[in-house]
Design a protein around this ligand. Structure first.
Ligand code: ATP
Length: 586
């Protein structure tokens, strides 16, 4: 609990002024609330018992004025709290989203589909709920209990002691249960997250699910997930109910003892009737306060689980400050040097096994090889999305291990195998390459990617809406938008991963021409299964099973590299077969 409160205090510190105003107004309200039971004593002992009407009206007037102050302070504190909580949520959402933008690829791939979304939809609201409880019920209950204890001890110590012991008993049960509750909440949350991930994956894969007509298999798989979730859900509800029930039982027991002991003291004449009424009233409000405190324990346990899940984000900024990065910007025509490069995906055999190569400044290099030979991995290492497990990789003299992603990638244009489009317009999607580019630059990039004519043929041209995942565009169109995006950046280093796989032969020829007709400032690295795209590259690296087996120009490799020759012949054969098929069908 103290850990949770410590975090909450950290969240409050940037808005210290608001927080102080809130605590001040709350203090006024709570003091009024806590002292309210004393009014009975004054009424009974100074007005009702002596039968003094003047004293009655005086006490009533004073009580009314104090009460009005309390209500006004309460209203102000509500408004302050609403602002504080909204600001804290806003800040946490901002930090979480920004943290998400800087997660490395390994972390993304190790996470489940629903994990990151549930940080926003489950964990942040849980933290807000607990903060709200702490600053309303928690604060109120602690104040009521402290003030009540002080009053009770000034009135009669033995009664006060008994009430204090009783109040501790009410709190004890839930406190002991809280560790188990945290475990149960965490397990339930994990299962809920897995279910969200399943639903997300199912929605994204609907085309395949319906295409293969495997809905029943999906329902069956989801049923299994629901069964696991059901067990966790029952545990969750039982724990919640126990956290509620235990204090009620303790409250009844303590009620019984206090009524007996208090009445006995009054019977012996050791306390006045007014004092007895005050004791009962204070005990009732104090019992309620303690009960309320126990009622917010589940939200604290839940917030603790959420804070643990967000711990990566909360420590992120400190880590970033600790890391020393090379913020040197990429120079034109960078030379790329790999020396004994090793890379291993977690829990797998090395995908790259000690690769060394040099891509001279301003040249076009191509990586070819069978599927799974490690080509895309090299590209991701050059881009700095992954860090080498061994060896050294420098781009334009910058060691990729210490590169500052922002300054380095600002001059790198990349087209990935999967040409992802964001919701927005075609223009927005191209502008991702360089948000401050002019419309002329956008059109030029689109022309270079053989896209301009297609866009101007659309009803809304560059302002045509792109739906989620770019579902209203074909694979080839998406790929050309992604190419325009990369070219718009005017990159010093161009990285292209299978960019022509979805293009028709005409677009392929046009795009290939654009890329090979490079500016003097650019180095390009191309991965392609289509050797026709890369046969004019300055240097071609042939990969097989994570190793570099040969390198050279197209003609040289055809003469001396059996694997390259085999791939070339295979491609020729495929091409001929395709031509024959087309002639036959036409
Ligand atoms: N995210 C990943 N997690 C684990 N292993 C991976 C991951 N990505 C690739 N691999 C493995 O690393 C090896 C190299 O993969 P890579 O994608 O670099 O090959 P590639 O030559 O680009 O293949 P392709 O031509 O089919 O795209 C393969 O054995 C692959 O299974």
């Amino acid at each position: 609990m103290s850990n949770v409160i410590r975090h909450f205090v950290t969240f409050l510190s940037p808005r210290r002024g608001l927080a102080i105003a809130f605590f001040l107004t709350s203090f006024i309200e709570l003091t009024v609330l806590s002292l309210a039971p004393l009014s009975f004593k004054f009424m009974i002992d100074y007005a009702i018992e002596p039968g003094d009407r003047n004293a009655f009206f005086l006490i009533l007037g004073i009580l009314g004025s104090i009460g009005a102050c309390g209500v006004a302070a309460g209203l102000i504190s509500d408004r302050l709290l609403a602002t504080i909580l909204a600001e804290v949520q806003q800040q946490l959402r901002r930090r979480l989203f920004s943290h998400l933008q800087h997660l490395n690829m390994e972390r993304f791939q190790a996470s489940r589909a629903g994990e990151h979304v549930s940080r926003f939809t489950v964990d942040l609201p849980a933290i807000e709920g607990a903060m709200m409880s702490m600053m309303t019920i928690g604060l109120q209950s602690v104040a009521v209990v402290s003030i009540s204890v002080a009053i009770l001890f000034t009135l009669q110590w033995s009664m006060a002691l008994l009430i204090l012991a009783g109040a501790s008993l009410i709190y004890l049960g839930p406190y002991l249960l809280s560790r188990r509750a945290r475990r149960v909440y965490g397990a339930y949350r994990d299962e809920l997250e897995a279910m969200t991930g399943d639903v997300q994956e199912n929605v994204r894969g609907q085309m395949i699910i319906q295409g293969f007509h495997v809905q029943q298999t999906q329902i069956h798989k989801f049923e299994k997930r629901l069964q696991q979730l059901f067990i966790r859900h029952v545990h969750y509800n039982v724990t919640n109910a126990s956290l509620d029930r235990l204090p009620i039982i303790s409250l009844l027991l303590v009620n019984f003892s206090i009524i007996g002991f208090g009445s006995y003291l009054a019977l012996l004449g050791q306390i006045t009737l007014g004092t007895l009424v005050v004791f009962f009233t204070i005990y009732t409000s104090m019992g309620n306060a303690v009960y309320n405190l126990t009622a917010i324990l589940p939200s604290f346990a839940s917030a603790r689980v959420s804070l643990e899940r967000l711990s990566e984000m909360l420590t992120d900024e400190e880590k970033q400050q600790a890391e020393q990065k090379d913020s040197a910007a990429l120079q034109p025509c960078p030379e790329i040097i790999a020396d004994g490069l090793v890379f291993r995906y977690p829990g797998k055999e090395p995908a790259l096994q000690g690769i060394s190569f040099t891509i001279p400044a301003g040249t076009t290099a191509a990586f070819v090889g069978p599927s799974g030979s490690g080509k895309s991995t090299i590209l991701q290492l050059i881009l700095g999305l992954r860090q080498p497990s061994g060896g050294r990789l420098t781009v334009g003299g910058i060691d990729i291990l210490h590169v500052d992603a922002e300054s380095y990638r600002s001059r790198v244009g990349t087209v990935f195998q999967d040409s992802f489009l964001f919701r927005g317009t075609v223009k927005d999607n191209i502008l991702i390459g360089r948000p401050d580019a002019s419309m002329e630059d956008v059109v030029r990039a689109a022309e270079q990617a053989s896209l301009h004519e297609f866009i101007t043929g659309l009803p809304d041209g560059y302002d045509t809406a792109v739906l989620e995942d770019g579902t209203n565009f074909s694979g080839g169109q998406k790929q050309r938008i992604a190419i325009a995006r990369a070219l718009l950046r005017e990159p010093y280093l161009l990285l292209l991963d299978e960019i022509t796989s979805s293009l028709d032969p005409l677009s392929e020829a046009a795009v290939t021409h654009t890329i090979q007709n490079r500016s003097k400032k650019r180095t390009a690295v191309i991965i392609s299964h289509r050797l026709s795209v890369i046969n004019t590259a300055d240097v071609i690296f042939v990969m097989n099973e994570g190793r570099l087996v040969d390198s050279g120009r197209h003609d040289e490799l055809l003469r001396r590299c059996p694997l390259y020759l085999q791939m070339w012949k295979q491609q020729d054969e495929d091409h001929l077969n395709m031509m024959k098929k087309e002639t036959w069908t036409s």
